[in-house]
Design a protein around this ligand. Sequence first.
Ligand code: ACM
Length: 539
Amino acid sequence: MGGVDLIPVPHAVRADAGEGRFALGDAVRLEVGPGAERAARWVRGVLGAATGVEFGAGGGGVLALGVEEGLGPEAYRLTVTPQRVELAGGDGAGVFWGAQTLRQLLGPAAFRRAPLPGGGGWSVPVCEIEDRPRFGWRGFLLDVARHFMPKDGVLRHLDLMAAHKLNVLHLHLTDDQGWRMEVKRFPRLTEVGAWRERTLVGLAPSQVWDERPHGGFYTQDDLREIVAYAAERYITVVPEIDVPGHSQAAIAAYPELGNTDVVDTAALGVLDRWGVNPNVLAPTEAVLRFYEGVFGEVLDVFPSTFVHVGGDECPKEQWRESATAQARIAELGAGDEDGLQSAFVRHFDRWLAERGRRLIGWDEILEGGLAEGAAVSSWQGYAGGIAAARAGHDVVMCPQTQVYLDWRQAGGPDEPAPIAHVRTLEDVYRFEPVPAELTEEEAARVIGTQANVWTEVLDSPRAVDYAVYPRLSAFAEVAWSRLPAPEERDWAGFEARMRTHYARLDALGVEYRPPSGPRPWQRRPGVVGRPKDGPPPIV
Ligand code: ACM
């Protein structure tokens, strides 16, 4: 079965299952068992479009999709003989992930959206594959707040995620620089908050603005479409509304949300530069009511159990200076400003729990005490995740030092987004989500892992492609496959499989970073970057 080069690598592949190939053509009958309907729609629609194969009445073999209980969640077994492909999933998701493997077996041309003239001759080698994921949360964060990604681009990223067996899209929908979700109760959030006058090019100390308005937002119907498109691919969309920091776009729209007794919030616009920003929400009852209204609409649109409330990088200066905030600390017995933030998060922890949902937030929500049911996205290294897991909370490991995909992927002047420390493809391949110091019981609290792409300097879908790929391909293998310890991983073998995978990414139209470095048009001379705060990468 040489030359198949599956990514992520399956749990077990039996290549000695026999000789020959299964030919996929119009005479192949598609058999669909209960629970496999979604995967069958994808096979007919996407594989059908790529190959031109119209699954017919039979006589030329069978492609059988079905659920076989006992295989386990998201697991599948793919058995190929010259006459028959048998794809059994432990559930519908397992069938779907098996169909992704089948596409890789068909070859890179199966990743196009239409066959090439004279194409055809589709076949897969005889083999037997057993596969199951290491983690239930295999996430990718797309920051659509700093630079808006039009709906079509989000749908495309869902297709790319599905091809890599990733199953959580964390959509960072709000930030200082933009509010991207239509909220019917509060139309100014998008009328005002979705647009900024201009944008700083690169990071500070850049003094260059592009002098060009930027913005955009998703209507609730757009988001419902994104959610449904994701669900067809067994991907959950986890929405993030970032509070109480990262909120200047909301404050620009509704100045009463800010700390009006210490700043003239009516003078604030949507932020046009980058960095941690002091203009945070006022910790009042009125603001809680406002955000209950926002989250109410979020729950209407997003069926995800987890709802992300942000909680990161909330400077406390304004609360220290604000008589209103200080009175609130006294009234709640919160102790200090960290306690006040904790009370804010606890409020939404309870509020979401009452509605059958669960809160997840960045690891700063540990400061001042973690809300009862909260899960933690551990971004400031591993420490927050370790503390949360030890306290019995669920954790998604996404340490910036390892899997922030906006960080530069090589040294040297050609790197178009010169952010932070170098994280190469190999670094990401050697990322280990579960820290060795956790006991087995604590480690079970690490429900998954996630790679995050922040878009301060990634101002177009093409720039995002460059930052994300091929590193997300390596991340997908870390999240799905049970790899050995980082230093024992077969990097050379992965690199060799990547040669085939680049051809798949080419067929998909992904403008990844080639192994030889950026293509001439991918270079962005003049973009200023600087190391982000935080420790250097763990190597
Ligand atoms: C973050 O990177 N501020 C979550």
